[in-house]
Structures are given as structure tokens and as C-alpha cells.
Design a protein around this ligand. Structure first.
Ligand code: C2O
Ligand code: CU
Length: 665
């Protein structure tokens, strides 16, 4: 069983255990000892099953069971034991009609106690999560105590000593809350001792403000300057079908103007804000720009407010497919359309050959669009023509792509070339939020059995996104001349349509794709810094407000300790997902090398990514070389999750920010 399956089973077992014990208690309280006795063995078995779940989960890692092992299971075990000793024999007597009343507190309350103990474990897991602390322990016990006393009062009145009991429990609860609200550590040194840290601090010359870490103003010798001006404004745009949607746009269009350059060029983008009231910035997703150009409001710059502007400059040092988006109120801003693509061609191949399409996928009021197409994009491509499709996921959740009609190669992931990408067909490509895949192939020379020679890109196994068709003259030799033209003109998938088949195609695993090779830095070398991020949901303060937050190590932005690194460090980050949602993890300013997923290292080409999906129950370990000094965001790229607290900073020693810092957008 998978870890996420076990996590779900554990929740279910806890809930059923609670119900069963509360049921026996209720039966006893209403003087039905036989019914209580009938449920009792089930309740015991459920409690044991719950404990078995925890044992099975523990094998996946301590992060998944910590609060269960330390708090929930001992509490449940103890309560079940008490119930068995106190209530069990008395229930048997009562059922035999002896003069023992089943409704006495000494019978009823232990049964309820076991029920509330099971429920308390559920409450800890769902509301408090990871890590287990004194605070979460006290709060769980307070919940248990309150529930027990209240039910005592209801089921077996009158109760002596209820008041002092309640006061004691409330005191426990208050202490737990107080501990939870106490300010925690401001930074995480990643296992480096304080003295070592201090030595670095002292050795470091003067502090460098992040605002001084800017790009150059001239290109490299062989490059040129690529100037763009992007004006952010609210607007109404027309999708390809003619449908109008209200959007936040760059230059009145969605996606914003594509930014293209050749390696070595200087990219200069002047951002203006016409009327986006909440402000706007530009973040170059996946591009390792100098920190001062990174576009994080409150950290590297202030948000650009209406009437203001900001100029970004950076060298096009990485060839590949990237994208840009606003980082101020980014969940709403990106959703509304403040994004575009950034493609840098290698210096060795500055011009495109054949068909080269950049296809950002986005969801607009429930519609899936590629670029601004809410209908299939029609593109002519002659047989034998090279094709490159650059898929960009600008949404908050993954999309699954499938290509029909030709084998192809996954040439690049997040802008990084895959080494010897093998030819694949009939596979699904799961593209994490924020990520990019480059697909390459040549248009088929032979017509397929269906006789159409078409290549189609299917999104989420149901939407035809792109149709590449040979020119009509080429296709006409093989079949009735009008058919190709007809299919091409019909926006909805035809009868030979794609919807039928791709859903059953297996998913390509990027960790097992391409040829292994030695990465440029030794990932097995002892890391200078090690960080662990345990992702979950729970009660926490998000920007000063209590919320059911998306948490990292039990905390939410901006209270999650800042990760500190020193330039030159080899840094390892472990990301554990013990929640129920996928978290596309994204570090700014660096691409990370994947070391392992669930303890298993990749078997294919070294996998460099800037965003990786940590699915429920998964544990990823990644490494990077700290070679881009600055202050960086490290966050979930489901931007709604980032908004709900799942974001933190990674800061180099000696770099400071003049901005308030407590805003990640
Ligand atoms: Cu594309 Cu901080 O994000
Ligand atoms: Cu997330």
C-alpha cells in the first residue's frame, strides 16, 4: 500500500475507532449492556487496526507518524486499557443481569474516554499536524479532557468536581496555545552550529543589500540587447473562439508578449503598471537571475504600483524554456493572466528550424487554454519537418499531456537538456505546476493506419490542444482530398478523436528517463547544509491571521525559519509531504538536482528541475550548489497554497534586504 493510502487508512481507522468506542459508551449510558458488549470487540479490533496502520506508516519515515507515536497511540492504548479493565467486566455482569448498573460512570466514562482518545489523535493529525511538540500534546490532551468532562456531565449527572476539573483542563489548553504562539526560531542554519555560523558572519565583509545584486547593462560580446516593455493593466481579452474574458494583462494580451533571446543576449524588460491596484512585479521562473532582478515584492523590491515602473536586466545565460509571472498577490495575479513565456535559444542554434511552438497551458474561468486558444491550435507541418513543442504549465495543479501520431523525445525538463532522451510513444506526461517539458520529433513521413498523418497534443486526456497536419496536397495522395481539410476545420474532436485512448497510457517517469551521467557537482559529497521541509495542513498564523494553513514544519509564512546558506555550500533539502494534496516545490534562483524520491535515486539522466511535484506521501531529496548570492523564495507553486502560508525564504549569509521582508506575494 502506498504511503498516502496508509495515511488515509489511518484517518479512517481513527474515525471508526472513535465512533465504535463512543457507540459502546452510548449503549452503556442508555442501559443496553448487551448492545455495548456486542460493539466492544469491534471497538478493540479497530483500535488495534489503527495501531497497525501507524506501525506500517512508520516504515516510510518518522515524519509521517511522529505525533501518532508520541501522543495519539499512547493515549489511545492507555484509554483502551482502562476501558477494558474498568468497563469490560462490569458490562459482562450487567449483561448477565447481575445487579450491576451499566449506566454508572465507572462503566460509561472509560468507554467514552477511549472514543475521545481516538478522536483526539484525529484532531492532532488534522488540525495540529507535524511536528509533535509540547504545545500540540497539551492541546490534544485539553481536547480529550474537555470532551470527557462535557460528556460526563451529559451522560452521568450529577458530577462532583466538574468545575475544578474543567479549570485545570482549560489551563492546559491555554498553556498549549501560549506555547504555540510563542515566537520560534527566525532562521534554520541547516545543521551548522552557531559558532561556525558566527565565524562566517564575521568573516563576511560588509553586508550586501539585495538591491545591489543586479544584472549587467551590456550583453556579452556576441550578444545583443533585447528590449521589451510590459504594461500591466486590466482588460478584456478575446480567446481564439471569440469568447471574451476579463483578465489582467501585459500589453493587453494573455499570455503576455513572448520574450525571446539567444544565449549571451542581455534581456531588458521595463515593467509598467497602469492600473493593477494590488501592484505587480516580474519573476523569471526557473531563470537564475541575480537576486535583485528576481521580482519578489517585499524581499528584492517593492511591488510596482499603478503609475510606477521597474526595469529588469539580466543576461540570457541559460538556453531553454522558461516563463515569467507577477509575484505580487501571485495566486490571483497569475490566475488572471499576468504571465508569459521566456525562451532562450542556444548560441549554437540561434534560429528555429521547422516548427517551434511555445504552449503555455492555463485555466481561465474553468476553460483550459493553450496560449489564448480555447480551441485546438491548427498548424501545418510537412512530413519530415522537425518540431519542438515547449509545454509550460502556468496553473496551480499538474496537467497531463499526451502526443498521438508520432514517437517523440522529451528533450528538456525545466529548460535543462535531458541526456540521450529515448524515443517514447503512448505515454502520459505529467507536467507539474510551474514546470516545462520540451518535446521534439519529426513529422511522420508515413501516414499512420488511420491515414491522416496528423500529430495531436492532448491535454488532460480529454482536450485536443494542438493538431499538426501535413499540407493538404501531401495528404491528398493517400485518401480523399477533402477529409484533411474537413477535420482541420472542425474544432471538436472527430470520431477518430483522441478522447478514447490516452487516459490508459502509463505515465513517463522523468527519474527513469535518459542516460545516467556524472553531474557537475558530487551529490554524494557531505552536504554543508541540510534542511527538511515537512509539508502539511494545520492551524497556524498566516501573515498574522489564524488560519487552516498550508504548513511547513508546522508553521506558515512568514514564521517559517529562513534557511541560511553560505556561498559555495552544497545544500541538501528534503521535502516530505504528509498532507493530502500535491505540492509543486519551487526554489528561486537555483536549479536543483534530484537525489532521490522515496529513498530511491534516479536511474536516468541527471534530473535538474526548478519545480518538482511532491505528491502525498512522497519524500524527495534534492541538492544544489549555493552559487547565486541573494535572498530567495522557497515555496509551493500551487500559488493558492503559497498564499495560505506554504512559503519561506532562503538567504545567503551577509545579504540583507531593505524591504519589510514579511511578504512573499
Ligand atoms: Cu514561479 Cu515564486 O514563483
Ligand atoms: Cu502546495
Amino acid at each position: 500500500m502506498t504511503v498516502s493510502g496508509l495515511l488515509a487508512l489511518d484517518l479512517l481507522a481513527s474515525a471508526l475507532t472513535a465512533l465504535a468506542w463512543l457507540g459502546t459508551g452510548a449503549a452503556a449510558a442508555t442501559r443496553r449492556p448487551k448492545a455495548a458488549l456486542a460493539v466492544l470487540p469491534v471497538a478493540v479490533l479497530l483500535a488495534l487496526a489503527r495501531m497497525a496502520c501507524v506501525i506500517a506508516l512508520a516504515r516510510a519515515g518518522w515524519w509521517f507518524v511522529q505525533e501518532k507515536v508520541i501522543i495519539a497511540v499512547p493515549l489511545l492504548g492507555l484509554a483502551v486499557l482502562v476501558a477494558a479493565v474498568l468497563a469490560g467486566p462490569r458490562l459482562v455482569e450487567a449483561a448477565r443481569g447481575r445487579r450491576v448498573a451499566a449506566a454508572r460512570p465507572i462503566v460509561v466514562m472509560p468507554l467514552f474516554g477511549a472514543g475521545f482518545a481516538a478522536a483526539a489523535g484525529l484532531v492532532h493529525t488534522l488540525l495540529l499536524g507535524y511536528p509533535a511538540t509540547w504545545s500540540t500534546g497539551l492541546l490534544t490532551i485539553a481536547f480529550f479532557g474537555v470532551a470527557l468532562l462535557v460528556s460526563w456531565r451529559i451522560a452521568c449527572p450529577p458530577v462532583r468536581g466538574l468545575r475544578p476539573g474543567m479549570s485545570a483542563i482549560l489551563a492546559v489548553g491555554l498553556l498549549g496555545t501560549g506555547l504555540a504562539l510563542a515566537p520560534g526560531e527566525a532562521s534554520d542554519l541547516g545543521g551548522v552550529s552557531d559558532e561556525h555560523h558566527a565565524r562566517h558572519e564575521r568573516r563576511g565583509e560588509q553586508a550586501v543589500p539585495v538591491t545591489s545584486l543586479r544584472g549587467p547593462t551590456t550583453p556579452t560580446e556576441s550578444g545583443r540587447v533585447r528590449r521589451y516593455m510590459l504594461t500591466a493593466r486590466t482588460s478584456t481579452i478575446a480567446l481564439s473562439s471569440g469568447q471574451q474574458v476579463t483578465a489582467w494583462t501585459f500589453n493587453g494580451q494573455v499570455p503576455g508578449p513572448p520574450i525571446v533571446a539567444v544565449e549571451g543576449d542581455l534581456i531588458e524588460v521595463r515593467l509598467r503598471n497602469a492600473d493593477i491596484e494590488s501592484g505587480v512585479t516580474l519573476h523569471w521562473h526557473g531563470y537564475d537571475v541575480p537576486s535583485g532582478e528576481d521580482g519578489v515584492p517585499g524581499l528584492t523590491q517593492n511591488a510596482v504600483m499603478p503609475g510606477e515602473e521597474f526595469v529588469y536586466r539580466f543576461l540570457a545565460t541559460q538556453a531553454g524554456t522558461y516563463w515569467y509571472h507577477t509575484h505580487e498577490v501571485s495566486d490571483l495575479g497569475v490566475r488572471m493572466g499576468l504571465y508569459g513565456t521566456l525562451v532562450v535559444r542556444p548560441r549554437t542554434a540561434p534560429r528555429t528550424e521547422g516548427v517551434d511552438l511555445t504552449l503555455p497551458v492555463h485555466t481561465f474561468s474553468g476553460m483550459t487554454v493553450l496560449g489564448n486558444h480555447d480551441q485546438p491550435i491548427e498548424q501545418r507541418a510537412a512530413p519530415g519537418m522537425p518540431v519542438r513543442l515547449r509545454l509550460v504549465n502556468t496553473d496551480n495543479t499538474p496537467h497531463r499531456f499526451a502526443l498521438t501520431g508520432t514517437p517523440y523525445r522529451l528533450a528538456a525538463i525545466d529548460g535543462n537538456d535531458v541526456i540521450e532522451p529515448g524515443e517514447v510513444s503512448e505515454v502520459g506526461l505529467r507536467l507539474p505546476a510551474g514546470s516545462r517539458y520540451d518535446l521534439v520529433f519529426t513529422m511522420p513521413l508515413e501516414l499512420d493506419p488511420a491515414g491522416n498523418g496528423e500529430v495531436r497534443l492532448i491535454v488532460d486526456d480529454r482536450i485536443e490542444g494542438l493538431r499538426l497536419t501535413p499540407p493538404v496536397s501531401g495528404a491528398s495522395q493517400a485518401r480523399t482530398p477533402t477529409k484533411a481539410a474537413k477535420t482541420a476545420a472542425t474544432p471538436s474532436p472527430g470520431p477518430s478523436g483522441p478522447v478514447t485512448s490516452t487516459a490508459s497510457w502509463p505515465e513517463l517517469d522523468p527519474l527513469a528517463y535518459g542516460r545516467p551521467a556524472t553531474p557537475p557537482f558530487d551529490p554524494s559529497a557531505p552536504a554543508d547544509r541540510r534542511f527538511t521541509l515537512v509539508l502539511d495542513q494545520g492551524l497556524a498564523m498566516v501573515n498574522g491571521r489564524p488560519a487552516y494553513a498550508q504548513t511547513v514544519n508546522g508553521q506558515a509564512f512568514p514564521s517559517i525559519p529562513t534557511q541560511k546558506v553560505t556561498e559555495g555550500d552544497l545544500v541538501r533539502i528534503k521535502v516530505v509531504n504528509r498532507g493530502r494534496e500535491t505540492h509543486p516545490w519551487h526554489l528561486h534562483g537555483h536549479r536543483v538536482l534530484v537525489l532521490s524520491r522515496d529513498g530511491r535515486p534516479p536511474t536516468g539522466s541527471p534530473l535538474y528541475v526548478d519545480t518538482f511535484d511532491v505528491r502525498p506521501g512522497e519524500v524527495w531529496e534534492v541538492a544544489f550548489l549555493a552559487n547565486n548570492p541573494g535572498m530567495w523564495m522557497n515555496h509551493c507553486h500551487n500559488l493558492a497554497h503559497a498564499d495560505m502560508g506554504m512559503a519561506l525564504h532562503l538567504a545567503y549569509e551577509g545579504v540583507t534586504t531593505p524591504f519589510h521582508g514579511a511578504h512573499g506575494g
